[in-house]
Design a protein around this ligand. Sequence first.
Ligand code: PDD
Length: 281
Amino acid sequence: RTVFVNGEYLPETEAKVSIFDRGFLMADGVYEVTSVLDGKLIDFDGHLKRLERSLNELGIQKPAEFDDLLEIHRKLVADNGIEEGMVYLQITRGSPGDRDFVFPDPETTRPTLVLFTQNKPGLADNPVAKQGIKVISIEDIRWGRRDIKTVQLLYPSMGKMMAKKAGCDDAWLVEDGFVTEGTSNNTYIVKGGKIITRNLSNDILHGITRAAVLKFAREAQMEVEERPFTIEEAQGAEEAFFTSASAFVMPVIEVDGVKVGEGKVGPVATRLREIYLDESR
Ligand code: PDD
């Protein structure tokens, strides 16, 4: 596989980042995941805009190649022959050559830019989306700036492990009694045919798939309400689902051992997945 590191296309075995990189030492970096379907990037502009915002919020410099990111994405997809899969991009504050809590001088330390592809055949035709998944709820103990897409993914990763241990697929995070989001996705319920999802704030990531799905839903005359909901409300809902760049629209059929609706994939999630895949490819 060819990867991109700091201005160079290299075989993955030759790609190197310093041990002093602040991404490695301090999780001082941001990332994006863009899906590829039929060899084409999905929602690239949205991911690029959010990347720019994440960098601005943290005061990380744009890498020199920022304006070439679309071209770099396309070249990696082509060179690695990706038909279905994703492109992972990470930018860190760089490698100042020593460990220090104080940010390095941007004049002397350039940000680190890394991109690689992941081949995932069957992403769109995922059989899991026809069965639905099961989630547990756990407390949301992450930091207060979840709107910034940082590489601080230890707690989401632990949440996934807790879910697996409980025989489930993912965890929904709960703060002050309300669901914030999933470990790596935005969460939704359906009540009275209406789509309910948490409103945007610093408490959740502003999902690119969320924005697209809500737009398509409104265009299809489906009602949308942006507000927080509880686990109990999800358990009593007609349907539940989540969205992310890597899973699109994914039905959730069980929450903390309680079936949602009839415990089967529902019509709203099915329709939204179809619309999203049709409209964005
Ligand atoms: N995760 N919320 C969180 C905490 C996320 O990590 C993600 C994305 C989302 C959905 O955002 P989007 O629709 O823009 O992908 C919501 C990516 C896919 C990941 O970490 O792999």
